[in-house]
Design a protein around this ligand. Structure first.
Ligand SMILES: N[C@@H](CCC(=O)N[C@@H](CS)C(=O)NCC(=O)O)C(=O)O
Length: 345
């Protein structure tokens, strides 16, 4: 790669061979800017292919392979709608059902034919990969977020549980080149990223989505403040310098304060009052994982004094849909142990 760059920089004729590619590339970047369209995913694929070429051409000792996680980060979020012929889409969908391994999913395939059922690809529990049992939820909090949103709104949907990232089945990489979950497929749209999926659902299913109340946050508080604890916990797990139990507790105080000061406090335990709103649906999956993985992997208990946070978790466990989408403790631990080990790789 350095040799290539050297030639590219110093030899005009060599550089001119690549001019059409460079021009097409910048056109594609412009076309894809700020939009959810096929250009974004094409750019992602082109970028990934170029990295394959670099990985392939560089001689071994010097080569620094592009890790899958790093690739995904380089491209950034891809909200997309792939232009695939219907016959190919159908092939992927049918394969997805078959790969999910459950006979009922396969036999009920015909019910979906011609209808616009929302298909959500989520992370399966790693404990069950070998048994090919897709019914147990995995540790992915973003998958749970969308599952919970779908159940709370009552939008009819079908779940397809798979391995993610490097464990994603090969057919899935045609839906998402890095094998990230969750991904939603509806009609001709393929949308990745839990936030973008929820936005899509709100735009396309406005009626059922009205069941999910608006959030009541204290003035000046944002959803980002409230979920900052997850970043602190993640960095602590990864062993980043300066991150510890105190960093997590400090961030959790945002949540504690907001829960105490929320304007609708008399209406119920959530930011949505008696029912879950978008913010609750987004935060609670992370909070659950913090309480489980924090205790088991780091000996961290959410301090007693954060009583509003404790009450919030307890209230969530009385919500049927939250409970039904929760992963088992061992499933959470398998996933979060991997985060710890990633640092050491
Ligand atoms: N911002 C994305 C994050 C999705 C994400 O990070 N998914 C993880 C699982 S929780 C994933 O698929 N990682 C790839 C892997 O498992 O290697 C969203 O909100 O959907």
């Amino acid at each position: 790669f350095p040799d290539f760059l050297h030639l590219y920089r110093t030899r005009g004729e060599f550089r001119s061979w690549f001019q059409p590619l460079v021009e097409d590339f910048s056109r594609a970047t412009q076309a894809g800017r700020g939009k959810r369209n096929r250009w974004c995913i094409r750019l992602g694929i082109i970028q990934s292919t170029l990295m394959d070429v670099v990985d392939f051409l560089d001689p071994e000792p010097r080569a620094e392979k592009f890790h899958l996680h790093r690739r995904a980060r380089l491209v950034g979020p891809i909200d997309n709608a792939l232009d695939l012929p219907e016959s190919i889409r159908k092939l992927y969908r049918d394969t997805a059902e078959l790969m999910s391994g459950s006979l009922s999913a396969v036999t009920s395939l015909s019910l979906d034919k011609g209808s616009d059922v929302v298909r959500l690809y989520v992370k399966a529990s790693e404990n069950r990969y070998s048994e090919n049992d897709p019914t147990e939820s995995g540790d992915c909090p973003f998958s749970q977020r969308v599952m919970l949103f779908l159940l709370e709104s009552g939008i009819p949907h079908r779940l397809i549980s798979i391995g993610s990232g490097s464990k994603a089945p090969s057919w899935y990489l045609n839906l998402h080149p890095y094998g990230t979950v969750p991904v939603m497929e509806h009609g001709n749209s393929i949308v990745e990223d839990s936030g973008a999926i929820i936005q899509y659902l709100r735009e396309n299913f406005p009626e059922p989505c009205r069941k999910i109340p608006t959030c009541s946050l204290p003035r000046g508080t944002t959803e980002r403040n409230l979920s900052e604890f997850r970043r602190a916990f993640y960095y602590w797990l990864r062993g980043e310098r300066g991150m510890n139990a105190k960093s997590v507790t400090t961030q959790l105080r945002w949540l504690e304060d907001a829960l105490r000061k929320r304007p609708n406090i008399s209406e119920g335990p959530f930011f949505g009052g008696s029912s879950l709103c978008d913010v609750d649906i987004s935060i609670l999956p992370h909070l659950h994982r913090l309480s489980v993985a924090g205790r088991e992997l780091k000996g961290y208990e959410i301090p007693e004094e954060l009583s509003a946070v404790h009450g919030y978790i307890k209230a969530a466990k009385n919500n049927e849909n939250f409970l039904s989408t929760l992963p088992t403790t061992s499933s959470v631990l398998v996933g979060y142990e991997r985060v710890m080990h990633r640092k050491r790789e």
